[in-house]
Design a binder for this molecule. Sequence first.
Ligand code: DQA
Length: 143
Amino acid sequence: NFVYVLNGPNLNLLGKRQPEIYGHETLADVERDCGALGDELGLRVRFLQSNWEGQIIDWIHEAREEASGIVINPGAFTHTSVAILDALNAFEGTVIEVHISNVHRRESFRHHSYISLRADGIIVGCGTLGYQLGLRRIAAMAP
Ligand code: DQA
């Protein structure tokens, strides 16, 4: 039984792009921390990143077969993608939406999220710790 941790566009540059907003930790650091926490919580973590909307949708479809939960930071697709919302609506497990930055303190176009219409929980502005909080929530909800 897996938990998928999905990352959208530009998150491959984490630690390098706008560190004043997103911090200095890299996505590899986040992956390592999620793996370690998964071991502790008894969750098998599948950690993935893509700059391509369709790839993220394909992974959500795979999660339908194998995962009890999804932690997702859709990056800018958060604010644009009805298609990712639709894919998540076809997933029956727990969905936690994560944003590293506090999107509500930023440009108004970041204040609306299509993903929040499906998310069971939302973690915003807690830095990369948000991913770990998401995993803990899914572990707590697992039957
Ligand atoms: C983000 C916030 C989005 O608005 C932005 O497009 C990102 C990252 C975050 O983690 O804070 O790429 O999802």
